[in-house]
Design a protein around this ligand. Structure first.
Ligand SMILES: [Zn+2]
Ligand SMILES: [Zn+2]
Ligand SMILES: [Zn+2]
Length: 550
């Protein structure tokens, strides 16, 4: 961390709720901090903005300079988005709550550049190199995370759900609340030399202590002080998995718990993950849920898990993801209680069928959010409607396929009619070709642009997709398509954000959907839209022109 101005006197040792210092000189409060904030800043005291003040900028780094100022009631809520990607969740959140003050953490430089171009403050870093006990984070009240799901995706090597690794990571995650200072015990006196263990029993060899049979000066229940740093916990989590991306799941406990540890007014956590996390590795979802809601842990009021499809909330393509919503006080907006056993039997039907029983460890599914609350579903939008193409056309995601001699069918598939909601957009869609039904598969000449691909997921057409060339002339067509494929759908982002903050999602999202997909224009159009002209016959040039915004 950069150096901060030195104060005359160090602030007193951190104390627990009863005013007792933590044991062994442990200072759980904030990492390497002498208590200085913008409130003490001589430069800002004269009316200078934090952004123009070196001391505040250095103190808050890498977060926005004005985060050097303690957050005050009535100011925009501060939020941290882990794995923010190109800003899909933020775009959704912005539809229901444009008053927030968020920082996105993202390691991929193209995604970070895109999010920056979209107006976000982005910390371009591996989240594991950041310490959530940074003093500038004491004003954070919301966390969202979309951990990368390569190891959990159906197409991956499945390392993400190696049963043994998942079990080990689960048991480590169960200990997050103890590691970060949220385990409540009957008696803390042994930490101060007293005779009692955490459950009030007399420790071996302390039977003759004057307080052994009674209640002494140092006796009292409370939270065990934190016993691990985020770095230690990360190392521990990474040590049991073969692909350390799997261990990134632990960040969804490390950040919220360390933020609360330093006094941040955190009130909600949301999370997006591969649907396979819930379906194939429910033990990790269970560990997160139990740590968040357990009275022996974080003790929050609500933590729900569910699978939801962006196509059910306005998107023109499917995007089935696992979503978690957690709230500290009270229930979220749209809270819904359902039959948990029935939900479990549906969620893990594939396991039930194979083994005759449900997985050993699963999160409770008896609660979820139901953003519609009985209102009519938003219109289903077909790919043809979204891209203003004739409804009887087809798309080929790959070139011409050969015929499998054994089955007599085309190999590799990859074609779909436009008159339907699209499948989940994947990176290879950058090479998609549209064609009338009578044109043979693979011989279409109409291509797709980055704005169109983004729109299919739910991004506005002028979203600033950005690619930083790694070599001269590179256009990053595939990189941008990958970014779009990995993003949170803004439609889903809006519905889920609305569960914890801002206004009701329904009207703003219905308006956004109608504008994005030009639903009103098309409804008014009685004539079929004009056929788009083929761009070029030359594949090489086509590649350069595919994504003009790139
Ligand atoms: Zn200042
Ligand atoms: Zn300042
Ligand atoms: Zn005691």
């Amino acid at each position: 961390m950069v150096s901060t101005p030195v104060r005359d006197a160090a602030p007193g040792l951190a104390t627990d709720e009863d005013g007792r210092p933590y044991a062994n000189g442990f200072r759980p409060a904030v990492l390497e901090w002498d208590g200085w904030t913008c409130a003490d800043c001589i430069v800002c005291g004269t009316g200078t903005q934090c952004a123009d003040c070196q001391a505040c900028t250095d103190f808050a780094f890498p977060y926005p300079p004005h985060w050097a100022r303690p957050w005050a009631e009535g100011e925009p809520e501060r939020g941290i988005e882990l794995f923010g990607g190109p800003g899909g969740m933020s775009a959704g959140r912005g539809l229901v709550d444009d008053g927030g003050d968020w920082v996105l953490i993202e390691w991929n430089r193209d995604a970070a550049a895109t999010a920056r171009a979209a107006g976000h403050w982005v910390v371009e870093a591996d989240v594991r190199t950041l310490d959530p006990r940074h003093p500038a984070l004491r004003g954070v009240s919301r966390v969202h995370g979309s951990p990368p799901c390569q190891t959990l995706s159906g197409a991956g090597k499945r390392a993400g759900w190696n049963a043994d690794e998942v079990a080990q990571l689960q048991s480590i995650m169960w200990q997050a609340s103890e590691a970060f200072g949220f385990l409540e015990v009957d008696d803390l006196c042994s930490l101060y030399g007293g005779p009692h263990g955490y459950f009030g029993d007399v420790l071996d060899g302390m039977e003759d202590h004057p307080d052994a049979d009674g209640w002494g000066e140092f006796c009292g229940g409370g939270h065990l002080p934190p016993c691990m740093t985020p770095a230690d916990f990360r190392k521990w989590a990474a040590s049991v998995v073969s692909d350390d991306r799997t261990a990134l799941m632990a960040e969804m406990l490390i950040w919220p718990m360390c933020l609360v540890q330093i006094g941040a007014p955190l009130v909600s956590i949301t999370m997006e993950q591969s649907a396979n996390l819930l379906k194939q590795s429910p033990a990790l979802a269970e560990a997160i849920q139990s740590e968040i809601t357990s009275v022996e842990g974080f003790g929050w009021a609500w933590c729900s898990w569910q699978v939801a499809d962006a196509a059910d909330f306005g998107a023109a393509t499917h995007r089935e993801r696992a979503w978690m919503v957690a709230t500290r006080y009270g229930w979220p907006r749209y809270a819904d209680q359902v039959d948990g056993d029935k939900a479990a039997r549906e969620m893990w039907a594939h396991v039930l069928k194979r083994t005759g029983r449900l997985p050993d460890w699963t999160p409770e599914l008896d609660r979820r959010i139901e953003p519609y609350q009985g209102r009519p579903a938003l219109p289903k939008v077909t790919v043809a409607t979204a891209l203003n193409l004739p409804a009887d056309w087809w798309a080929d995601t790959r070139g011409k396929r050969g015929i499998n001699p054994e089955t007599g069918k085309p190999m590799g598939g990859g074609s779909f009619p436009l008159n339907d909601v699209g499948q989940c957009v994947t990176a290879p869609w950058y090479g998609i070709k549209f064609r009338p039904a009578h044109v043979p598969q693979g011989e279409g000449t109409n291509t797709i642009t980055a704005p169109e691909l983004g729109a299919l997921v739910g991004f506005r057409r002028d979203y600033p997709w950005t690619y930083i060339p790694t070599r001269k002339g590179a256009r990053g067509v595939r990189n941008i398509a990958q970014m779009i494929a990995d993003a949170v759908s803004p439609f889903m982002g809006a519905a889920v954000s609305s569960a914890v903050q801002g206004e009701d999602w329904y009207e703003p999202v219905a308006t956004y959907q109608a504008t994005l997909y030009r639903l009103d224009d098309q409804a008014a159009d009685t004539e079929r839209p004009a056929l788009p002209a083929p761009r070029t016959e030359d594949r090489a040039i086509e590649q350069l022109e595919l994504f003009p915004a790139a």
